[in-house]
Every structure is written in structure tokens, then in C-alpha cells.
Design a protein around this ligand. Structure first.
Ligand code: BES
Ligand code: ZN
Length: 456
């Protein structure tokens, strides 16, 4: 059978596929930092060349930000679109890395081989699983399996500023029967997954200004308002003692999950003690009375992602600072409206700023939650194909992270997204020492070959 030949080819080509991934990982395509603009461009060029070598008609498309890579192949059967992102997160704090983040290598660990480097799991390794499956298919069959569109983005990690205008301008080319998105994880190392729910994201930065210059805290302290004190009071008030978020109207459009979904998630037997144990914790920190999977997949959050103000360097300084600021993100679920929540949050904050201080806001992206219909034969076919490759059957799961393009495919191009990925919880995406298991990479490639076979 020809699928077996493709799988055999994938196995034989794994060392070369790994070398190709390492090459892509060496390009520091950090999208948020203008200093790496040329590197983002180089990563796009690398992908254009690689896809072109597979006979895919590929080009780099300029945007006001980093380029998109788009490729098309004609063919029979369904029109499948594949999406991944070639940009990566910044590497800081660099001192916490055990090696140069952009000098990746394959490491032996007690849990097996891993590919270590920035972007290994998010998302270059995942993106290459699909391309490698296509490469093996082409080598064995002489052609690719069906009509395919490749759509690779270079701004995902920095809020995708060019994405919606680009999709609107290329509606026709980006409409397909199915958009395969490879940017999510397995349920665990035995259970592959199709993700059916994503949380939305609202980013807010607030800066409180008190005195018009930094002051000596002995000379002015007690008489002059300290903006860090104002900021701390605001941040501490965002949750009540039961873990609920206090922004007025925040829970207005947060649905309870159905009994059916609750039962399905309970069936996954998620071990939250082990999940927290892996990161040195033991106690759930979300809303009282909710299960861990509910907290992660179906409840909204408010997290402070960073605070700055005053003197935080080595040693000590008795300063009363002029400004203090915080970056805050809200994960959203159901039909929570990001813009309405932004307004409500800002009103709440304004109401807590004393007369002598002022507050300035900066928004950092606002995208609603997504949920994806899995009825239809393609989903069952993909689920069966995944179940063939992994030790246990595939599960439909939620994801606490955000991938706004999934919703854009539904709304802008009327294309059903199918989210399949092979990341693991301990991949340390966005953190120091990011890695992608060789097993994720290898079985991920094999999974796509099986899925392509099942869908065409
Ligand atoms: N690959 C992640 C999404 C993800 C996170 C999948 C966790 C599985 C588990 C994606 O690249 C990402 O990090 N998205 C950002 C949102 C974006 C709008 C900046 C996120 O979720 O913070
Ligand atoms: Zn990602």
C-alpha cells in the first residue's frame, strides 16, 4: 500500500528532515523586535526555497510588517490549506538558557531525544511536520496528494498586525475546504488531539504617573503619592477571594460547558497534580469549584504578565518613582467581547486613580475566543488517522492559548479550521530552553501523511 511506502520514506529521511529543521531554527526570526527584521525575511526566503523544491508555486508576499509565504499546488480532490508561523518569541532572559537559542541541536535526555532551540516547538518544528510529510509523499508518489495551499505567517508572535488586511485582500486564494493549523499540542504523550476550543486574548498596558519626576523617598515619602502604591492596589483588586475577576460585566457572555462536554473532559482523566507538579506547584489557583481542565480551557482569566517602576536593579535605592506600569492579559471564552471588556476594565482602573495621579492605557491586541465544529466526515477521518499513529485514540480537547487566525478562517474565508499539533506541555514554548521532542517531530510527520491519505 502506498501510505506504507510514504511512512517508510519518512522514517528513512528523518535525519535529513532534522537537519533541515535545525537550519531553519538557526535563523533568529523574532518578529516583535525590529532588530531581527532581516532575519524574519531570511526565514521567509528559506521557506519559499524549500516549498519551491517540492514543486509548490511559492512566493514571499510583502506586508507592512513581516512577509507572508504563500504557495499553491493544483490537484484533484479536496482543497486543503496548511497554516503555520515561522516567527518566534524573543529569547530573554538569555542567561536562563543552557545553550545559544539559535544554535539548536539534538539532545539526549532521560525522556528521549529532543530538538532544543527557540522556535523548535512554536512553531517551526510543527510547521515542518507538514512540509516533511509532503516531501515524503512527493518522493514516493511523484505528486502531492491534492490541491494544496500553504500559508505561513511571520507575525503570529507579535499579534499578527498584517493578517486580517492580508486575508481580506486574498480571500479567494485563502478559501479552502479545510484549514489545517499546526500550532497546538497533544493531550499527552500517548494521546493525540484535535483542538476544538481556543481562548481569546485581550492585552492591556497601564501606566500610572504620579509626581512629574523621580523623587528622594526620604524627602518626599509620606507627603507625595507613590504610583507603585496605586498600581499595586489596582492589580490586587482585579480578583476577589474566590478567584473571580472583578471587572464589571466580565462574566456576561461566559457560558457554562455542556454536561456532554463536561463528561467528555472528565473521561480524559487529566492529572492536575502531575501537571502542576512538573512546574513545582501543587494547588489549583483559578476560580473555586472548577476543575483544572475547565480552568484551562473554558474559564476566562486575568493575568499580570509584567510590572515595572522604580528601582529594580542590584542593591537598593530610596526612590519614589514618577511612573509605574503593568502589562495585563485577559484570556477570553465563549462570546466575551474583547472591546467591551477593554472599556469596562479601563473604567474600573480610572475609578481607582487618585486625583493627583493620571493613567495612560495602551491596548495590545483583542481577539475573541473560538470554537470549532467537528461534525463532518473530515474530522472523524483525521481522528481515526491520528489514532493509528499514536498509542491511544485521539481526543477532542480545548486549548488555553490563543490562535486568532482560526477564527479569521471562519469569518473571512468561510473555511473550517482543523487544529492539530504535536507539542507537549513541557516544551517550554515562549520560555528558556524551548524544545520539541524528536517523537513529536517524527510522529507528527507520520500523522500528517496518514491524515492526508485519509482526507484525499
Ligand atoms: N502556539 C501558540 C498557541 C498555543 C499556546 C498553543 C499554548 C498551545 C498551547 C501561539 O503561537 C501563541 O503563543 N499565541 C499567543 C497569542 C498571540 C495573539 C500573541 C498566546 O496564546 O499567547
Ligand atoms: Zn505558535
Amino acid at each position: 500500500m502506498s501510505l506504507d511506502a510514504v511512512l517508510a520514506r519518512i522514517d528513512a529521511d528523518l535525519p535529513a528532515a532534522t537537519d533541515r529543521l535545525l537550519e531553519l531554527l538557526r535563523i533568529p526570526s523574532i518578529s516583535t523586535d525590529p532588530a531581527f527584521k532581516a532575519d524574519c525575511d531570511r526565514a521567509a526566503d528559506w521557506l519559499v526555497a524549500d516549498l519551491t523544491s517540492l514543486g509548490v508555486e511559492t512566493s514571499k508576499r510583502a506586508t507592512p510588517g513581516h512577509p507572508m509565504v504563500m504557495g499553491h499546488v493544483a490537484g484533484e480532490g479536496p482543497h486543503l490549506l496548511f497554516y503555520g508561523h515561522y516567527d518566534v518569541q524573543p529569547v530573554d532572559p538569555l542567561e536562563l538558557w543552557d545553550r545559544d537559542p539559535f544554535d539548536p541541536q539534538v539532545e539526549e535526555t532521560p525522556k528521549g531525544k529532543v530538538i532544543r532551540g527557540r522556535g523548535a516547538a512554536d512553531d517551526k518544528g510543527q510547521l515542518m511536520t507538514f512540509i516533511e510529510a509532503c516531501r515524503a509523499w512527493k518522493a514516493v508518489q511523484g505528486t502531492l496528494p491534492c490541491r494544496l495551499t500553504f500559508f505561513l505567517e511571520g507575525e503570529e508572535e507579535s499579534g499578527s498586525p498584517s493578517l486580517v488586511p492580508f486575508m481580506n485582500d486574498h480571500k479567494e486564494a485563502l478559501s479552502a475546504d479545510l484549514a489545517l493549523i499546526c500550532d497546538t499540542g497533544l493531550f499527552d504523550s500517548r494521546v493525540p488531539a484535535i483542538t476544538t476550543m481556543l481562548r481569546g486574548l485581550l492585552g492591556e498596558e497601564i501606566t500610572i504617573t504620579g509626581p512629574d519626576k523621580d523623587l528622594h523617598s526620604g524627602m518626599y515619602g509620606g507627603a507625595a503619592m507613590n504610583p507603585i502604591r496605586v498600581l499595586a492596589r489596582i492589580l490586587a483588586s482585579l480578583h476577589d477571594e474566590t478567584g473571580r475577576i472583578t471587572v464589571p460585566g466580565f462574566y456576561d457572555r461566559v457560558p457554562e460547558i455542556s454536561d456532554e462536554l463536561r463528561a467528555q473532559w472528565e473521561g480524559l482523566s487529566f492529572d492536575h497534580k502531575a501537571f502542576l507538579g512538573d512546574v513545582g506547584l501543587s494547588e489549583l489557583a483559578g476560580e473555586e469549584g472548577r476543575s483544572a481542565l475547565e480552568m484551562l480551557w473554558a474559564r476566562p482569566t486575568c493575568e499580570v504578565n509584567g510590572i515595572s517602576g522604580g528601582y529594580a536593579g542590584d542593591g537598593f535605592k530610596t526612590v519614589l518613582p514618577s511612573k509605574a506600569s503593568a502589562k495585563i492579559s485577559f484570556r477570553l471564552v465563549g462570546s466575551q467581547d474583547p472591546l467591551a471588556i477593554r472599556e469596562s476594565f479601563r473604567a474600573l482602573v480610572r475609578g481607582m486613580v487618585p486625583p493627583d495621579c493620571s493613567v495612560a492605557f495602551e491596548g495590545h491586541g483583542a481577539s475573541p475566543a473560538g470554537s470549532f465544529d467537528t461534525t463532518g466526515p473530515a474530522f472523524e477521518a483525521a481522528r481515526a488517522a491520528l489514532s493509528e499513529e499514536w498509542p491511544d485514540p485521539a481526543a477532542y480537547i480545548g486549548c488555553g492559548g490563543s490562535i486568532p487566525i482560526a477564527g479569521h478562517f471562519q469569518q473571512i474565508t468561510n473555511t473550517t479550521p482543523m487544529l492539530i499539533g504535536f507539542g507537549k506541555d513541557d516544551d517550554q514554548i515562549h520560555s528558556p530552553n524551548e524544545k520539541y521532542d524528536m517523537e513529536s517531530f517524527h510522529k507528527g510527520i507520520r500523522s500528517w501523511a496518514r491524515i492526508l491519505d485519509a482526507l484525499t
